[in-house]
Design a protein around this ligand. Structure first.
Ligand code: IMP
Length: 436
């Protein structure tokens, strides 16, 4: 049995799509367990670049099952567009390749409008959301006012729930948010069409996944966003609205924690963040600009430029603790080539105190100053490195230093965007259950 969770260790965009795509080769089932189409996973296969927002990266392997778990919020219009696009490119030919949880909550048009209107009203204090309706959809779920994918498959129930919800949402939009309300009939007709097309994929995914586990199949659980965007453990309120940490994989896919064998954290060799919120190692100078250019750091979902900065070890240490990580996949090493000197933030200083962990209060975190150690950079192309020893010695030292500072093994180093541009030092699917 090898059931592995892959999560982001920073603020999202760590390159999880590529890592999941690589590891999918060894798994039978790939599951998304939280978030929605706020995520954007870029996978490069041959000459093709595919950006997936909702469907797990396993979609590019015809024989793998792709599951959208109950913890995900589903915008059916986006999901159907993604299915159509994949089919147009020759993937996803069999309907039984995709399974969608009947318990996953729907993103409705009023969620998107509320998300955007609220950000507008917050002005300077905005979160910098993706505007996809993620927060409002999760709010309705927790408030027990949500409409689920299973409801969409039953027009009578769907209409009744929609009617009750609009009676509350429309006045809220019109009065509190000074925006427009929605027409019941228009949404009903549109969503009914989505339900007709999606119902063949809808099932109890917890039963499906657990049966596969009993048969000895391998499950890969694919996280979206990153640890520090977690609604409980992240830089609140500048977070997303789901549990992005490994614990979210169990609730969001309906499997027990005893079934998980490894948790792999993905981290860039430096740090990026999209949207607002504290970022101690952010570089607002030409070094940060160079990182953005070299790393092509623009959001896969919104196209926004990502804020860039040096690698932040306290962030990674927190991620290791919060997720119980058993290994790190280090991505975008090639982006750091050509920098004379590199800096690693080993701790923060807050007034007279040294902090090894990320403080919970963002007011404190905003005042933290990173303490850096400098290490020599390296030059030259490293995309052809396939073995750790092929890396320039300084790059090897950089990886070893990260291992020392985090006390965690770097199991994979990514040196380019293609599948083959990877140094796999240990394959988590080829090890038995982790006992540590
Ligand atoms: P929301 O998830 O759209 O509500 O956005 C909340 C915060 O999470 C914003 O700062 C977004 O930029 C950030 N965010 C959401 N999804 C992603 C992602 O996939 N990568 C990076 N940041 C994200």
């Amino acid at each position: 049995m090898a059931n592995i969770i892959v999560i982001g260790m920073q603020w999202g965009d760590e390159g999880k799509g590529k890592i999941v795509d690589l590891l999918t080769e060894f798994a039978h089932v790939v599951v998304r367990f939280q978030g929605g189409n706020n995520a954007g996973h870029t996978v490069v296969v041959g000459q093709q670049k595919v950006i997936l927002h909702l469907i797990p990266s396993g979609a590019l392997y015809p024989q793998k099952k792709c599951v959208i778990g109950n913890g995900v919020v589903v915008d059916p219009q986006v999901l159907l567009a993604e299915i159509d696009e994949l089919q147009k490119r020759g993937y996803f030919k069999d309907d039984d390749q995709l399974l969608i949880s009947e318990d996953a909550h729907l993103i409705m048009p009023y969620h998107r409008r509320m998300d955007v209107a609220r950000e507008r009203m917050k002005g300077e204090g905005k979160i910098g959301t993706t505007g996809r309706g993620i927060g409002p959809a999760y709010e309705d779920k927790v408030a027990r006012d949500g409409i689920r994918v299973g409801d969409l498959c039953n027009p009578k129930i769907f209409r009744k729930k929609l009617e009750a919800t609009l009676a509350f949402k429309n006045p809220c939009l019109e009065t509190c948010l000074q925006d427009k309300g929605f027409n019941l009939e228009t949404i009903f007709q549109e969503y009914n069409g989505y339900g007709e097309r999606l119902k063949k994929y809808v099932t109890d995914i917890s039963v499906f996944i657990n049966n596969r586990i009993k048969e000895g199949q391998h499950i890969l659980l694919e996280g979206a966003q990153g640890t520090h965007l977690d609604v409980d453990h992240g830089t609140y309120p500048f977070v997303t609205s789901s549990n992005t940490v490994a614990g979210g994989a169990c609730t969001g896919a309906g499997i027990g924690p005893t079934k998980i064998t490894e948790v792999i954290g993905v981290s860039k060799a430096y740090t990026t963040r999209v949207g607002e919120g504290p970022f101690p190692t952010e570089l607002k100078d030409e070094v940060g600009e160079r990182m953005r250019e070299r790393g092509r750091e623009f959001g896969a979902t919104t196209g926004r430029p990502r804020r860039c900065g040096w690698l932040d070890i306290p962030l990674l240490r927190d991620a290791i603790r919060l997720n119980g990580l058993t290994g790190i996949a280090l991505t975008k090493m090639d982006v750091l080539s050509e920098f004379e000197t590199l800096k690693i933030c080993t701790s923060y200083r807050h007034r007279d105190e040294r902090c090894q962990e990320v403080p919970s209060s963002i007011e404190v975190l905003q005042e933290c100053v990173p303490a850096y150690e400098e290490i020599p950079g390296w030059k030259g192309e490293m995309r052809n490195a396939r073995d750790f020893k092929d890396l320039p010695p300084q790059a090897q030292d950089y990886v070893r230093r990260i291992e020392e500072l985090t006390a965690t093994e770097v199991i994979l180093v990514s040196v380019g965007e293609r599948r083959e541009e990877t140094i796999l030092r240990r394959n988590p699917f080829e090890r038995g259950p982790c006992l540590s």
